[in-house]
Ligand binder design. Structure first.
Ligand code: MLT
Length: 403
């Protein structure tokens, strides 16, 4: 008799951003006259850089010729892109990698979720709290999170990131095997310095844990003390997998291209995790389209760098506008300086969902309730800097009026 994966039944409600999108849609239906301003999901608004578009056009034409046509590509990504990634994102920061350690994929979200395939179900998983829900939900689906009771999963180790901890996690007090870290952080926008990250690398090496390091937002770092890659820390290749993405860096949310680094030094149970991930990808994934990989390669061209950097500066300016406006309105804020997210404390001890609803109902601005990111997110909302300048300014004006 057919069975379902019962872990799915344990999941509470819908995926956070789907719930927020549904509520925004319901509000818009009830108030068709109001303009909806989305500052919720971190989806980009600047168009794809012209040099990247040209690379796609060229690649699309190639695909229409007998000589240039390509069918299945390598599951790990084309050599030209893997080499460009190493040269531009790693060698430039003094990190040596081999192309066999780079796995091109269709998204950091997919990779952060799929990586669980190579780890045993019994492992104890530690997550920051608040946290990007993908890490939690995918472990729950796999059966690694235990049961969900009163807003917490029984087998997960939560590492609170609160105003008291500077929105950074402290080392777990109990033994853990898999540690998800995301810096610059989604959702709080906090960033970790080299010294802070070294503490994690030393800890993971000491206890034989693996760090799953999501650095999808590294392009937004402005402070020279903040590392862009965990491999800037000595010893990290022996204990960390790193996830990167072109989504926020180059506006690829609708194009789908990312990559994951699995160093050969990283071993467990006598196996290289690189070999396991390679086996997993070859079996379940058929690569990112050639045209998209050529587009990603063009991000590293001099024009591509200049054009994509301009988009990042645009979003960072939005972040500054949000930080300034919310602070002026009396809210405590974190983030927005090395990250495209701003984490704001609701006034008068209001709950996250109440504050979310009040803002939506009074202004038409859609935020993300902090409680959706974990128990320690209660009392906060998250705003994204990925909106247009016009919408960002308008939203801040509207919020200023009600706060
Ligand atoms: C977010 O809003 O947290 C991100 O856009 C989600 C994602 O990248 O999957």
């Amino acid at each position: 008799m057919l069975n379902i994966n019962k872990n799915f039944k344990k999941l509470p409600g819908a995926y956070l951003f789907s719930t927020v999108a549904r509520l925004a849609e319901e509000y818009q239906k009830a108030h068709p006259e109001r303009e909806l301003i989305k500052m919720s999901i971190g989806d980009v608004t600047r168009p794809i850089a012209p040099s990247v578009v040209r690379a796609m056009e060229t690649a699309a034409h190639e695909m229409g010729t007998a000589e240039g046509f390509r069918g299945y590509g390598p599951e790990q990504g084309y050599e030209f892109l893997r080499s460009a990634i190493i040269k531009n994102d790693y060698i430039s920061r003094g990190i040596e990698l081999d192309t066999s350690e780079v796995f091109v994929s269709d998204g950091a979200k997919s990779d952060c979720g799929n990586i669980g395939d190579i780890f045993g179900i019994d492992n104890i998983v530690a997550v920051c709290d608040p946290v990007y829900p993908v890490y939690v939900d995918t472990n729950a689906m796999a059966g690694r999170a235990g049961d969900y009771k009163e807003g917490r999963w029984s087998r997960l180790v939560y590492m609170p990131c609160t105003a008291e901890t500077g929105f950074l996690p402290e080392l777990p007090k109990t033994s853990v095997d898999i540690i998800y870290l995301c810096f610059p952080n989604n959702p709080t926008g906090a960033a970790a310095t080299r010294v802070q990250l070294k503490k994690w690398v030393d800890y993971a090496k000491d206890c034989g844990a693996v760090i799953l390091y999501d650095s999808a937002y590294e392009a937004f770092i402005t402070d020279p003390d903040i590392p862009h890659s965990i491999y800037e820390i000595d010893g990290a290749k022996e204990c960390a997998i790193e996830f990167r993405s072109f989504s926020k860096t180059a506006g690829f949310t609708g194009m789908r291209c990312a990559y994951t680094i699995v160093p050969h030094e990283l071993k467990c149970d006598g196996a290289e995790l690189n070999a396991l991930w390679n086996r997993r990808q070859c079996t379940k994934f058929n690569g990112v389209p050639y045209v998209i990989q050529r587009a990603a390669e063009a991000v590293y061209s001099p024009d591509g760098q200049r054009e994509t950097r301009a988009a990042i500066e645009y979003y960072l300016e939005n972040a500054k506008i949000i930080r300034t406006a919310l602070s002026a309105a009396g809210l405590s804020v974190c983030g927005g300086e090395n990250a495209p997210y701003i984490w704001a404390k609701a006034p008068k001890n209001m709950g996250s969902w109440d504050f979310f609803n009040e803002i939506l109902n009074k202004t038409g601005v859609v935020t993300t309730p902090g409680a959706g990111f974990g128990p320690s997110g209660e009392g906060y909302i998250r705003l994204t800097a990925f909106s247009t300048r016009e919408h960002t300014q308008k939203a801040m004006e509207l919020l200023g009026n009600i706060l």
